[in-house]
Design a protein around this ligand. Structure first.
Ligand code: FAD
Length: 359
């Protein structure tokens, strides 16, 4: 009988032995190229569950998108390229690009034919992107010539385009004025990608930009007024499921290694509570739209939990095994990627209405 729901199709996809063989190669080498897996997901029509059908999506909402991310992570596949391409860049395009850019690019992303990375962070501007220094100069024929250095970009060599945030002169004084956003073709003249080795399995990249042309048809939002898109885009990444699948894998490793259940049981309880909360926020997003504070809280809870699980296995398990090694090396970045914990706490705290605790 043919599967009828998105969940059924997803289960059937991951049960396919050919997919299993592909996943096994990715599990063995976390730095391996994950694009063949995503292409298969794209061909199966599973890669963009929440997008409009006009752009290759299924209009099935945020819960389905979270289910997909969870399935990718639980299978042990690298999820970063999915997060940057579909969750961050794809969502920004769906919500803010003009129709021509959407029609040109979104179906390609949904099919797994093209991939995208994110160029927001700089050495002196990560949590505080207001400090970014990469600048764009208006090109007489249209578009912007962008120069400077971006960093901490992941899976960049697998991407075709990058969503690049940069500064433009507007003459306005306000701290949030003067930001622009555009899709930068990574094979354009003037782009240099250098790998930055890290403790983690995935390398970071520094991207040097020298007079790189972002053509006018690739701009997203109004140049000079793109700050709300830039700051809001990070919320679309904060579903929690990339962290939950890590917590699950590391707790399972602890159990399989015979760690006392009194140590793992409280963390399993937290895992189930965090997962319930993350799906509940996804459901709310489908009904009411995305709330920055909701997304920040989900990311905070899930990433802090995943980090605790990583440190538990690192602290208690004796024999160095691959999964253990990965957990130790990945742990510090979990509470930095997609927003440092302190920044998230700030976001949640300031979202409380001043009257919330009255009377
Ligand atoms: C795995 C991973 C993948 C990433 N991928 C990308 C990517 O693809 N593209 C991209 O552009 N960037 C990426 N980043 C960068 C990431 O967004 C930044 O690392 C993050 O925003 C933190 O910025 P920072 O490194 O400048 O650290 P900082 O913001 O300088 O933080 C340093 C320390 O200060 C603390 N801190 C910061 N602000 C406050 C505050 N207001 N109050 C109290 N304490 C504070 C932090 O918690 C941290 O301990 C990635 C990072 C990681 C770890």
């Amino acid at each position: 009988m043919k599967p009828t729901t998105f969940n059924d199709e997803l289960d059937e996809f991951f049960a396919d032995p050919m997919v299993g063989a592909l996943i096994a190669t990715l599990r063995d080498d976390p730095a391996a190229d994950p694009r063949p897996l995503y292409r298969r997901l794209g061909r199966a029509g599973l890669l963009a569950p929440s997008w409009p059908s006009r752009y290759g999506g299924r209009e099935s909402g945020q819960v389905a998108a979270c289910r997909l991310l969870e399935a990718i992570g639980m299978a042990g596949c690298p999820d970063t390229l999915y997060v940057t391409t579909m969750q961050v860049v794809g969502t920004v395009l769906v919500e803010h690009a003009d129709e021509a850019l959407k029609d040109r690019l979104l179906p390609e992303l949904a099919a797994g034919n093209r991939f995208a990375s994110v160029l927001f962070s700089e050495f002196d501007a990560g949590s505080d992107l207001v400090g970014m220094a990469v600048e764009g100069v208006a090109e007489p024929g249209g578009g912007w010539r962008v120069s400077g250095r971006k960093t901490w970009s992941v899976h960049t060599p697998f991407a075709d385009d990058a969503l690049c945030a940069f500064r433009v002169a507007t003459g306005n004084e306000h701290v949030y004025d003067g930001f622009a956003l555009g899709l930068l073709p990574l094979d354009a003249e003037g782009v240099r990608i250098n790998a930055l080795p890290t403790l983690g399995a995935e390398a970071f990249h520094e991207v040097e930009l020298t007079d790189v042309l972002i053509p006018p048809e690739n701009l997203v939002g109004e140049p000079g007024a793109a700050w709300p898109i830039i700051s809001g885009s990070i919320s679309s990444e904060r579903t929690g499921f990339d962290y939950l699948s890590r917590a699950y894998r590391w707790l399972t490793l602890a159990d399989e290694s015979g760690l006392d259940a009194r140590e793992t049981a409280p963390l399993w309880d937290r895992y189930h509570a965090a997962r319930f909360h993350a799906y509940e926020v996804a459901e709310r997003t489908d009904v009411f739209g995305r709330e920055d504070a909701d997304a920040a809280l989900v990311k905070l809870v899930c990433s802090e939990l995943a980090q605790r699980c990583a440190y538990l296995v690192a602290d208690r398990l004796q024999s160095p095994r691959d999964a253990l090694d990965v957990s130790i090396r990945e742990a510090p970045g979990l509470t930095m990627s997609a927003g440092a914990s302190e920044v998230l706490i700030d976001l949640v705290a300031t979202a409380l209405p001043a009257t919330a605790l009255d009377g």
